[in-house]
Design a protein around this ligand. Structure first.
Ligand code: XMP
Ligand code: MG
Length: 183
C-alpha cells in the first residue's frame, strides 16, 4: 500500500496553539526545577524543538535524544522495541520528560518507561503530540497529550510514512493511493 498526502487534520496554527498550552502546563509544574527533556527520534524531532521553546526560562532544561524502533517501513507495530540510540548522560535523580510523536499500540512508551525507570530518575513524565486510543494494546499513562485522534495513519510535523513527509508543517491524514487514482 502506498499513500499520498490527504486532508489536514491539524493546521500549523492549531499545532502552535496546543504546543504553547502544553509548554505552559509543563512550565508550571517544573518552575524553578531542572528537567531533562528526552526527544524520541525521529518522529518527535519537530515537536521536541517546538515544545522546548514553549517552556519558560524558569525551568532549567537539558535536552537528550533517544532513537528507538518499533516499526519497520510500514504502518503496523512489530511489537518489538529496540533501542538504537541511548541517552548520552546519566539521568539518575533527574526529572525526566519523554517527548514522543504518537501513542499508538502503547508498546514503545511502555517499554521505554520501564527502561528509564531502571535508571532511577527523580521523576518521569510523558508528553505525546498525538494519541490513538482505539489502537491501544497496552495502557500507558501520559501526562501531556496534544490531540486525541481516530485510527487513521497520519503524516507531517515529524511523522512519516516510510521516511516521507516528516517536513510538512501541518498534520495530515495519509490517504491510500487506491482511493484516489490518478491524482
Ligand atoms: P506504539 O504502537 O509503540 O507506536 O505506541 C508508536 C510509534 O508508532 C509510530 N506510529 C505512527 N507514525 N503515523 C506515523 O507517522 C502514524 O499514524 C503512526 N502511528 C504510530 C510512531 O513512530 C510512534 O513512535
Ligand atoms: Mg515513524
Amino acid at each position: 500500500m502506498t499513500y499520498q498526502i490527504g486532508e489536514v487534520l491539524f493546521s500549523e496554527e492549531q499545532i502552535r496553539k496546543r504546543v504553547s498550552e502544553l509548554g505552559r502546563e509543563i512550565s508550571r509544574k517544573y518552575c524553578g526545577k531542572g528537567l531533562t527533556v528526552i526527544g524520541i527520534l525521529r518522529g518527535a524531532a519537530i515537536f521536541m524543538s517546538d515544545i522546548v521553546r514553549a517552556i519558560d526560562p524558569s525551568v532549567n532544561v537539558a535536552m537528550e535524544f533517544m532513537r528507538v524502533s518499533s516499526y519497520g517501513n510500514g504502518t503496523d507495530s512489530s511489537g518489538e522495541v529496540k533501542i538504537l540510540q541511548d541517552l548520552e548522560n546519566p539521568v539518575k535523580g533527574r526529572n525526566l520528560l519523554v517527548v514522543e510523536d504518537i501513542l499508538d499500540s502503547g508498546w514503545t512508551l511502555h517499554r521505554l518507561k520501564e527502561y528509564l525507570l531502571q535508571r532511577e530518575p527523580a521523576s518521569l513524565e510523558i508528553c505525546v503530540l498525538l494519541s490513538k486510543p482505539e489502537r491501544r494494546q497496552v495502557e500507558v499513562d501520559v501526562d501531556y497529550c496534544g490531540f486525541v485522534i481516530p485510527d487513521k495513519f497520519v503524516i507531517g510535523y515529524g511523522l512519516d510514512y516510510a521516511e516521507q513527509w516528516r517536513h510538512l508543517p501541518a498534520i495530515h491524514i495519509a490517504k491510500p493511493v487506491e482511493e484516489a487514482p490518478g491524482r
